[in-house]
Design a protein around this ligand. Structure first.
Ligand SMILES: Cc1cc2nc3c(=O)[nH]c(=O)nc-3n(C[C@H](O)[C@H](O)[C@H](O)COP(=O)(O)OP(=O)(O)OC[C@H]3O[C@@H](n4cnc5c(N)ncnc54)[C@H](O)[C@@H]3O)c2cc1C
Length: 439
């Protein structure tokens, strides 16, 4: 009976769904040992460090991940970074297949002057800061001014804007990292602009996120009603009266936001469309963003040459992600070069955001994993016999195994319980390693 060894790198949704797909294919004729390797002492990838704290239901997918981890053929190697602690060639020599599920962790740059001024951050920094990613605990987030500008028109931009514009008391019962919650309570930001380059009809926000906005208890949301009706007219002119479901649903959600009465809360979110950021200005720190005004001509976004400015002290760009490079792997257009998940002519594969780029919800990675696992099984040859990751890690390396991660997980949940929170996140590397390696 052939038995194969598979190393999966990256313990986010793509990694766990790949393990699950392998487990589901096991039979009397085919078995796998699965080693999941993760650079952090904490697991679940962006389910832990990306998904917004005020959307706790989405994180319940972690139960599926822990079920996968409880299977006898699964081992976890946390605090092991591919490219730093171990190298790709060492894995490919020891495993029948190596699946890279390392995600996309770097924020795309705006490429405009002033982008590097203090007070200008990427969502790839701000989001892990409020979500307790140990690499981002101490980054400076300037919440001293009254106005923030979020650049981008997708759900990540929306998460960033909501986190800044909510009354922080609404986050008290969530797993927002303690340092961020404290900073948000002390924040003087009261107005958050969200700016998109194209029209309302082109925005990538999804309807459930839009439909939440009129329900916010302590925040008024502004969008110019004439902008929504103009977007509707343009969409009808382009696609006809019967609009595709996603677009129709989004435009209806925008109409409800525009018609929702303004309550006079001191916290506001305001959408600005057809606005291209041209420059972030300030004397040693962010003071304003200059936007170019666009219009739509023949379905295309065209600059009018007119500009306007939003004075602000914080800018967050949320215009997409790209993968951090790993030595020995070829990257193109911000993701691992691959053909449907196969990476060059070898036993290397990729799944998830590292493969596709930063698109798709958590569930998208499940079907992706299942497709790539089919290719892996198709390509399997005679099983490799000698060695595995345990040959590669020095004995004094602090390894976070499944028991170690369970210790971190239960300690966080236990700390959260008396406070009515799902967990209190541990955010310091040293403390995480101490809890996770003492099992
Ligand atoms: C801010 C934000 C909010 C989101 N909200 C939602 C939502 O509400 N609902 C939804 O369905 N989807 C949401 N998504 C999308 C969802 O999170 C992604 O589809 C999913 O996480 C991608 O999975 P992945 O495993 O490819 O990447 P990731 O989740 O990023 O996992 C990659 C893992 O690889 C590890 N890794 C990286 N490099 C190495 C290395 N060299 N060695 C070892 N390990 C490494 C990382 O530490 C990480 O744990 C959100 C995404 C973002 C950015």
């Amino acid at each position: 009976m052939p038995h194969y060894k598979v190393a999966i790198v990256g313990a986010g949704p793509a990694g766990y769904f790949t393990a699950q797909a392998l487990q589901s294919l096991q039979s009397d004729d085919l078995t796998f040992s699965i080693d999941l390797i993760e650079r952090l002492p904490t697991m679940w990838g962006l389910v832990r460090s990306g998904v917004a704290p005020d959307h706790p239901k989405i994180k319940s997918v972690s139960k599926v991940f822990e079920k996968v981890a409880a299977e006898a053929n699964f081992r976890l190697f946390g605090n092991v970074e591919l490219g730093r602690d171990i190298h790709l060639a060492d894995l490919t020599a020891r495993y029948d297949a190596v699946v890279l599920c390392t995600g996309s962790s770097l924020g795309k740059k705006l490429g405009i002057p002033g982008e590097d001024l203090p007070g200008s951050l990427s969502a790839a920094e701000f989001v892990p800061w409020y979500n307790g990613h140990p690499d981002f605990t101490n980054i400076p987030v300037n919440l001293n001014g009254t106005t923030a500008v979020v650049i981008g028109a997708g759900n990540v931009a929306m998460d960033c804007a909501r986190m800044l514009a909510l009354n922080p008391s609404e986050l008290d019962s969530t797993d927002t990292a303690d340092h961020a919650l404290k900073a948000l309570h002390a924040s003087s930001i009261r107005k958050v602009f969200i700016a998109g380059r194209r029209g309302v009809e082109h925005a990538a926000f999804t309807a459930p996120e839009l439909r939440e906005l009129p329900k916010l208890e302590h925040t008024d949301v502004r969008i110019d009603a004439s902008e929504v009706s103009a977007a509707h007219e343009r969409a009808v002119a382009e696609y006809g009266e019967v609009l595709e479901k996603h677009l129709a649903s989004n435009l209806e959600a925008w109409r409800l936001i525009a018609e929702h009465p303004i309550s006079g809360h001191d916290r506001e979110m305001e959408f600005r469309f057809l606005s291209t950021p041209l420059e972030i200005k300030g004397n040693g720190k962010v003071e304003e963003v200059i936007f170019g005004i666009n219009e739509i001509q023949g379905g295309k976004v065209v600059a009018t040459g007119k500009t306007y400015s939003i004075p602000c002290s914080l800018v967050i760009s949320a215009i997409g992600y790209e993968s951090a490079e790993i030595p020995g792997v070829i990257f193109e257009r911000g993701r691992i070069a691959n053909d449907e998940g196969r990476v060059v002519e070898s036993n290397i594969y990729t799944v998830g955001w590292a493969k596709r780029g930063p698109s798709g919800v958590i569930g998208t990675n499940k079907s992706d994993a299942s497709d790539v696992v089919k290719l892996i099984v198709e390509d399997l040859k005679s099983p490799k016999v000698a060695g595995d990751i345990t040959d590669l890690i020095p004995t004094d390396h602090l390894l976070i195994d499944q028991a170690g991660w369970s210790a971190i997980n239960s300690s966080e949940v236990a700390k959260g319980e008396p406070l009515g929170k799902p967990r209190v996140k541990e955010v310091e590397w040293a403390k995480l390693l101490e809890i996770g390696s003492n099992t």
